[in-house]
Design a protein around this ligand. Sequence first.
Ligand code: ATP
Ligand code: MG
Length: 170
Amino acid sequence: MHRDVLFMDRGQCIFLRSRSEADTIRWGCLLGRLLSPGAVLALRGELGSGKTRFVQGLAQGLDVPPQERVSSPSFALIHEYLGGRLPLYHVDLYRLPEGMPDPELGLEEYLYGQGVCAIEWADRAAAWLPPERLEVELLILGKRSREMRLEAVGADHQAVLSRLKEQVGG
Ligand SMILES: Nc1ncnc2c1ncn2[C@@H]1O[C@H](COP(=O)(O)OP(=O)(O)OP(=O)(O)O)[C@@H](O)[C@H]1O
Ligand SMILES: [Mg+2]
């Protein structure tokens, strides 16, 4: 697995390579095991890049029971999975009307709560993302190949990246 990891800027930014859907779920799972209450993950990447697969992995890593199947919340905007080690709030802003302000959505309680909040299409809400967050960008390299770029914004999430770095041998 180590040849699939690249560290940049003294480990503040990590690039992970995925060669299959299962790989992406595994990376999500590994990260999910390391997350603390209040973690916010801002997921970016085009349609089909693997954002939802990654969140499925997060759920595994948070010990969300498999019967609470994580699916795409596009129509619901938010799904809550409460059966794991920490609550998982899965937000998908794909269908967010252009320029809708946060107060109308009422997402603050999730963004600043004690669970883990994973936001697909986070770029649609750039103006009101919390200053402390983990940016996760997925890039499609080929049919099954993806590159994931993880970057901590603010101090809180640096620790998570450092632990991930240790685990993957950095
Ligand atoms: N390495 C990979 N990682 C993740 N998904 C992959 C990979 N290779 C192929 N796939 C396929 O790409 C698709 C990813 O779907 P997924 O719903 O996770 O994307 P998404 O980024 O959430 O898309 P959307 O923007 O529509 O929500 C799945 O059909 C999956 O089988
Ligand atoms: Mg999705």
